[in-house]
Design a protein around this ligand. Structure first.
Ligand code: ADP
Ligand code: 5GP
Length: 201
C-alpha cells in the first residue's frame, strides 16, 4: 500500500454537546485515530488529569508557547485560553494517523484557513434545553460559567458555516458511529486513493 498521510479531523460544537463522549466512543477499538491534547489556562475539573484531557498551564507559559509559535491554532473561550500543540499533530499526521482536534469555532476557522483539507465536523445537542440539562448534569461548571457557555453556543451556531458535517448527538452511540463512518469515508476519497488505479498491474 502506498504511504499515506493521516487526515486532520476538527470537531467543534458547544460545550456540553457531548464532543468528548462521542469522540471517546468513536476512537474505541480503532488504532488509526488519535486525539490531540490541547494546552489550556483553564483549571482542571475533578477527575481531569494533566496530559490526558489537557496540558494545564498558566497564562505566562501559554504566552511563551504562543511567542514560540508552538500552536497550530489558539483562541480564547469563556475567559480561558486554549491551543493545539503543533508538533504532535504534525508528527502523527506524517505517521499516517488520523488526528482529532476538539476545538471551538474560532480555532477551527484558523485550521480551516491553514489546512483547507482538514475535515470539519460540528457536533450539536438535539436542543438548547438538552444542552442546558447536560451542562448542569455534568456538574463541573458554576452557574455563571453555564450561562456563558449557553450564550457562546448560540454564537457558535451562527459562525459554524464552514463545516463539512453536522452530527446531532441525541443518542451517543449513534453519534459515535456517524463520526467513525465519516472518518472512514474521508480516508476512501478518490483523491487519496487514485494512485491505486496505477498500481494494479
Ligand atoms: P463536551 O465535550 O461537548 O463539552 P461532554 O462529552 O463532556 O461534552 O458531555 C457533557 C455531558 O453530557 C456529560 O455529562 C455527558 O455524559 C453527557 N452526554 C454526552 N452525550 C450524551 C447523550 N447523547 N445523551 C445524554 N447525555 C450525554
Ligand atoms: P472545555 O473547557 O469545556 O474543556 O472546553 C471549552 C471549549 O474549548 C470547547 O468548545 C473545546 O472544543 C474548546 N477547546 C479545547 N481545546 C481547544 C484548543 O486547543 N483550541 C481551541 N481553539 N479550542 C479548544
Amino acid at each position: 500500500m502506498a504511504e499515506k498521510r493521516g487526515r486532520l479531523i476538527v470537531i467543534s460544537g458547544p460545550s456540553g454537546a457531548g464532543k468528548s463522549t462521542v469522540v471517546c466512543k468513536a476512537i474505541e477499538g480503532r488504532d488509526d485515530i488519535c486525539f490531540s491534547v490541547s494546552a489550556t489556562t483553564r483549571k482542571p475539573r475533578p477527575g481531569e488529569i494533566d496530559g490526558r484531557e489537557y496540558f494545564f498551564v498558566d497564562l505566562d507559559k501559554f504566552r511563551d508557547m504562543v511567542d514560540n509559535d508552538e500552536f497550530l491554532e489558539h483562541a480564547v473561550y469563556v475567559a480561558n485560553s486554549y491551543g493545539t500543540p503543533r508538533a504532535y499533530v504534525e508528527k502523527r499526521l506524517s505517521e499516517g494517523m488520523n488526528v482529532i482536534l476538539d476545538i471551538e469555532v474560532q480555532g477551527a476557522l484558523q485550521v480551516h484557513e491553514k489546512m483547507p483539507d482538514a475535515v470539519k465536523v460540528f457536533i450539536m445537542p438535539p436542543s438548547m434545553q438538552e444542552l442546558e440539562r447536560r451542562l448542569r448534569g455534568r456538574g463541573t461548571d458554576s452557574e455563571r460559567k453555564i450561562e456563558a457557555r449557553l450564550f457562546r453556543a448560540r454564537e457558535e451556531y451562527e459562525l459554524a458555516t464552514f463545516y463539512d458535517y453536522i452530527i446531532v448527538n441525541d443518542d451517543a452511540d449513534t453519534a459515535a458511529a456517524e463520526l467513525s463512518a465519516i472518518i472512514t469515508a474521508e480516508n476512501c476519497k478518490y483523491e487519496l486513493r487514485k494512485n491505486f488505479l496505477n498500481e494494479v498491474n
